[in-house]
Design a protein around this ligand. Sequence first.
Ligand code: ADP
Ligand code: MG
Length: 402
Amino acid sequence: MTVEGTPPVTGTDAASAVRDLFLLEVGHEPAGRWSAPGRVNLIGEHTDYNDGFVLPFAIPHRTHVQLGTRADGRIRVVSTFDEAPVEVPLDELDELFPGGRENVPTWSAYPLGVAWALLRAAGRAARTVPGVDIAIASNVPVGAGLSSSAAIESATAVALNDAWGLGLDRVALARVGRTAENEAVGAPTGIMDQMASMLGRSDAAIFLDCRTLDATVVDVGFAAADLELLVLDTGVTHAHSTGGYRDRRASCERGAEVMGVPALRDLSIADLAAAEQRLDDVTFRRVRHIVTENQRVLDTVQTLRESGPRAIGGLLVASHASMRDDFEISVPELDVAVEAALEAGAVGARMTGGGFGGAAIALVDRARRERVAASVETAFAAAGFAAPHVFSVTPSAGAARD
Ligand code: ADP
Ligand code: MG
């Protein structure tokens, strides 16, 4: 089989779709074009809300934005996602968020929420900046665990930061994206996705300390080693994912409290023996996943630097086993995807994202990617699962003016 480099999402390329949309809705040339990517997480799962470490990278799939200014102090957003534009006076954003968000369509709370959070972060009153028209189109599949939400937030944030001359740096813009998602949209998420989307670099991952927000660019060396990362999207969305996420967070908080630390980040492998004495079996296994996963992120960074990407396979496989057995967030489709990829010679593979469905990733030799993809497809068919969607991603540049 042939593995796509980019999944077909809308059937049109987003960069040209956004141009058509802006022209149609606004009718003149825009002041500029910007774009920002989605992301995958190489390793470090459920560690973010435990103040721990993650290692995501930006992917080639991007959300494109075109922006023009207007004289009437209003903001209008339009997306290929939903034909109807949404228009609000800038000085009414404060009435909309967080309390009045149900007065606008949910999708529009992402870009409008970014405008609101950006003005607040910059300490600027709405009347001091010009109104804007913003058109949006995306190649990032929605809800596939590739963070289309961070892509739309980051693309809007860089565009408005430039158009309004606010001069915020990239970490500040990542925070703006998270504020928009948490307070304007009302989704309780960490900051990993926005940091990856803002800071991504070609052939590199972002090593992020979720407590301090210190971010380091780490070369992954996939290109020189002729390696690629395959996304094995199972297409499964599990009804338990929200409740499961809440339960796991609660277990982590309980574990930290019993162990007398602010967050599980403050425990190390050496503390696990004591934790096993003091915690019930389920809480202990949840804690063990977080503690060992944090260590695996640190080990992955060190291994990439010292030995290169072929040496991280065992860490990816151990991460999957920990999520399957200790954190218990895998599903049969994810386990089959990982096993079939490894059987076909993947360097390493693991489920990625929140769990209970979504995608796995597999690090593979470029020459072997078709074989790995075929192996996963065959295994899915044999197990009676719906066909997976397999595509490759390469670590790519973060948000930018195009
Ligand atoms: P993901 O895993 O893709 O980030 P989320 O539920 O966090 O899933 O975010 C998806 C939501 O973000 C969509 O339902 C929509 O409201 C919004 N969104 C993402 N991309 C776009 C877009 N191009 N245009 C409009 N809204 C978008
Ligand atoms: Mg999201």
